[in-house]
Design a protein around this ligand. Structure first.
Ligand SMILES: [Zn+2]
Length: 106
């Protein structure tokens, strides 16, 4: 049995390329009003991330509850409240609060 050996680095390169492609597709799906498809793409991207141990890109947000990609102005709202950024998913209503102390100290 021969098994092609790929270095961890190569696997992660392929993984992150696929993740960003899937996230592109999912954003496209949201724009064309196909949320089910969008969630499926995000789910696939997450699975690839887990398998190849690649982290999901930080600038590409998705809802942890319904897995829809979050795009401000399209399907989610972003508000500032106190020292937190409040992101509300427009698909399921999930509210996420992220502190931004680090940015404030700069
Ligand atoms: Zn959601």
């Amino acid at each position: 049995m021969s098994r092609r050996h790929l270095s961890q680095r190569t696997v992660q390169d392929i993984g992150s390329a696929r993740i960003s492609r899937l996230l592109d597709l999912s954003e496209e799906a949201i724009r064309s009003d196909r949320p089910d498809r969008a969630r499926r793409y995000v789910d696939l991207a997450r699975r690839i991330g887990m398998k190849t141990r690649v982290k999901m890109p930080k600038d590409r947000r998705y809802c942890k509850r319904c897995l829809a990609p979050m795009m401000p102005g399209v399907n989610c709202t972003v508000r500032l409240s106190g020292h937190k950024v409040v992101t509300t998913c427009g698909m399921c209503g999930e509210i996420r609060r992220t502190p931004y102390l680090k940015e404030q100290r700069k």
